[in-house]
Unconditional design. Structure first.
Length: 116
């Protein structure tokens, strides 16, 4: 917030990867006049901090291969995580938030509201 005005927001949605509950980042939005000031990055980092504290192991994102790698996202296929739709590997990314003993791999299943 700046001057009682919301200038950016972030949303994480629960997803399934195999049998594991994980999260997807989307959307992330910053008002144009506040972009390139670190607000999006701060929102992502704080979202990751909270998600890690809550015990999530991975966050996925469908987005720019030029933006999200700055925050640790790599092609999800590197983790064995696949999208439920056709998309370039470089745009479907994941970040490992917490270590886990069990292997978490498979096709992402979005909430039914996404209609995927």
């Amino acid at each position: 917030m700046k001057d009682n005005k919301i200038v950016g927001y972030i949303l994480f949605t629960k997803i399934k990867i195999g049998e594991s509950d994980e999260i997807a980042l989307a959307p992330l939005g910053i008002l144009p006049e506040y972009q390139r000031k670190g607000i999006g990055g701060a929102l992502i980092k704080e979202g990751h901090r909270i998600a890690k504290k809550l015990g999530y192991h991975y966050s996925i994102v469908l987005g720019s291969e030029k933006y999200y790698p700055k925050f640790g996202y790599i092609p999800a296929i590197n983790y064995g995580i696949m999208p439920p739709f056709q998309v370039e590997n470089e745009n479907f990314m994941a970040i490992k938030l917490n270590e886990t003993d069990k292997e978490i791999k498979g096709v992402v299943k979005y909430a039914k509201e996404f209609g995927i």
